[in-house]
Design a protein around this ligand. Sequence first.
Ligand SMILES: C[S@@+](CC[C@H](N)C(=O)[O-])C[C@H]1O[C@@H](n2cnc3c(N)ncnc32)[C@H](O)[C@@H]1O
Length: 264
Amino acid sequence: MNEEIEKEIGIHGSRWEGFHQGYFSDPVISRHLTEEIISAVDEADPAVLVDLGGGTGYLLSELMKEKIDPEIRLVNLDLSLQQLKRTGSDRITTIRESLSEFKRAQLASDGDRVLFLMRSALHYFGESGLVTVLRHLRAQMKAGEYFVHQTACFTSQISADCLNTIYDGMGTTKWYPTVEVLMPILKATDWEVIRVTDAPGLRLASDELKERYRLSDNTVSKIRERVMRDFGEIDGVLEVTTDGFIAYLSYKIFRCRAKDIDAD
Ligand SMILES: C[S@@+](CC[C@H](N)C(=O)[O-])C[C@H]1O[C@@H](n2cnc3c(N)ncnc32)[C@H](O)[C@@H]1O
């Protein structure tokens, strides 16, 4: 277990899919990503589809409903046993491993083509761990293989700073970049970004964050004061309430392909 997962373990497993107003188990919300994955699968023809930080296996289950080719092996890789235990289908293999440590050989045989998918997991590595984890993921892939991820990021620096201030106040090292910052990082870690599309945002009420990160009323009120002082209310990003706040996390879907490193 790592520290970031340890902090929120109380809402993993049976609580996860209903948390944040059911965002992570809502088929209307996930459709944006599953459609992108299905189209990438059609293009890339993988033997193995791996959901990195796949939680309860929700996305893979949705892809099964979409009748994804039954020959494709489905793998849910996550470090949280509480999440993995909820994976509801025999077709999905679960692997308890860290995204920053797993090896391709754990998922696929030599000749297999692999496709990685990931939703809302990159921010767990913080600002300092982002490049390392992206390099590690790239090192597990062969040139031309696809990585489709829905990652929390912002179009404006002030919005990213506001959310990062909230997360810093909650004592987590989770970190959100802007799209402008993330794109060159993906490129530098040998990912070719084929396209970027929008995904629905996530409403984060301070009451839920309080439960998720086990915060005191005093911590919530200090965060509220700090963001009001440093940012003030921002349309679509931050609202304050009588005793807390509501923040909105924005997401983009990135369809990436592992670059041929030798070709550069
Ligand atoms: C916000 S949840 C998203 C779950 C799932 N992707 C979804 O969209 O429903 C993030 C998931 O990433 C997992 N995770 C975070 N850091 C990880 C790491 N270092 N290695 C493996 N899994 C990790 C957590 O356990 C959690 O299940």
